[in-house]
Write a protein of this length. Structure first.
Length: 104
């Protein structure tokens, strides 16, 4: 990725209820990849239920369009009602990034 893009950091603490979470998460992953301005995603969840997902976006307009997407809005509300004990979203502008990859 090049510099000057946006990162949306979604931190969540899951409840014990699965109730379709895995299917919904897979559907959202497929749907977000079709969105204009979407650049990529990284996600991890610990055994304690704490998860961090970072999605990368070209600009704030693309982030807002995703936030307002009807299917994403519906899943977000279901998450608050069923799947998450706590969640927080942060939107950040990435000024620069660095990477290292070991050569084999």
């Amino acid at each position: 990725m090049s510099a000057h893009y946006y990162a949306v950091i979604f931190t969540s603490l899951r409840t014990a209820a699965d109730q379709g979470y895995a299917e919904a998460a897979e559907h959202m992953l497929n749907l977000v990849q079709e969105q204009p301005g979407f650049l990529g995603i990284e996600s991890a969840r610990g055994d304690d239920g704490l998860g961090i997902t970072v999605s990368y976006w070209r600009d704030e307009a693309a982030i807002l369009a995703w936030k307002q997407h009807p299917e994403h809005s519906a899943i977000r509300e279901r998450g608050r009602a069923t799947w998450y004990a706590h969640c927080q979203t942060r939107v950040c502008k990435v000024e620069r990034d660095y990477a290292f990859q070991r050569q084999t």
